[in-house]
Write a protein that binds this ligand. Structure first.
Ligand SMILES: C[S@@+](CC[C@H](N)C(=O)[O-])C[C@H]1O[C@@H](n2cnc3c(N)ncnc32)[C@H](O)[C@@H]1O
Length: 247
């Protein structure tokens, strides 16, 4: 894949500002409090570790965190923040680790950056191989929205509006592949910047089926990091899987 299609290479220069404006930095403490329960005193592997938004505070709580990312620029941001976390460049769809982990986790919809069903199943298979016997896999995903696409496209206004910034997301739907090809338009001052990306959305039940294919079973599902109930109104889910117990 060429650099311009790698999410991390596009987003790294603005990642901290972007995640701050979207409330994702503020949310990290809650994310870490949730995750820590599964790996306290153990170790964890983050798939798509990025700049360490979650991994750094998790490691500050005493968890030995490692991570994988396919973006050099993201890994450089992480290395600037800490030298305690071991992270390597790789594809989360196909990785092997000698190490076994108490928890493997993939947050902030990173899983949807794998653009085919095969790549998503391969990622789950790699993750289950990296878990220790009691280990858990935690995945955070948005519930695909039902705002209508008109003629296969939609423009979502108000991703964010404040007195300095307006973010608008423009998306085209590829229903055959469950792909959304989108561009974030970020207006600030007199400039407009474009940040393209592509994702394969997944419904929670499809995720469960893919997880079952690789020997995992769902043990918990929440709508947010504070363990709110997952309902028909939920806009995202946090799903926890373990190895399926033998019948
Ligand atoms: C939305 S960011 C999330 C970063 C971090 N986990 C967080 O929560 O802030 C997605 C990250 O996954 C990485 N990524 C995307 N596709 C990947 C792939 N196939 N293999 C490895 N890393 C990938 C990107 O470079 C980026 O750092």
């Amino acid at each position: 894949m060429s650099d311009e299609l790698i999410y991390g290479e596009i987003y790294a220069p603005i990642y901290e500002e972007y995640t701050t404006l979207r409330g994702k930095i503020a949310e990290a403490d809650e994310t870490v409090a949730f995750l820590e329960r599964y790996c306290s005193g153990g170790n964890a592997l983050e798939l798509g570790i990025g700049d360490g938004r979650v991994a750094v505070p998790l490691s500050e709580r005493g968890v030995k965190v490692e991570g994988i990312d396919n973006s050099c620029s993201m890994l450089k941001l992480l290395a600037k923040r800490t030298d305690v976390i071991k992270a390597w460049q790789g594809d989360i769809a196909h990785f092997r680790s000698e190490q076994r982990y108490s928890m493997v986790y993939c947050v902030y919809c990173t899983f949807t950056m794998l653009l085919t069903r095969e790549a998503q199943i391969a990622c789950l298979r790699s993750a289950v191989d990296a878990l220790d016997d009691e280990g858990v896999l935690v995945i955070e995903l948005d519930v695909p929205g039902w705002n209508p696409f008109v003629g296969g496209q939609k423009t979502t206004t108000a991703r964010l509006v404040d007195h300095e910034n307006t973010m608008v997301n423009v998306a085209v739907h590829d229903p055959l592949n469950q792909n959304l090809i989108s561009t974030l338009l970020w207006f600030s001052g007199t400039s407009v910047r474009r940040f393209p990306q592509r994702r394969r959305y997944v419904y929670h039940q499809e995720l469960d089926t893919m997880a079952e294919c690789v020997g995992l079973e769902l043990t918990e599902r929440w709508e947010d990091w504070s363990r709110g109930a997952f309902t028909e109104r939920s806009e995202r889910h946090i799903s926890v899987y373990r190895r399926r117990s033998s019948p």
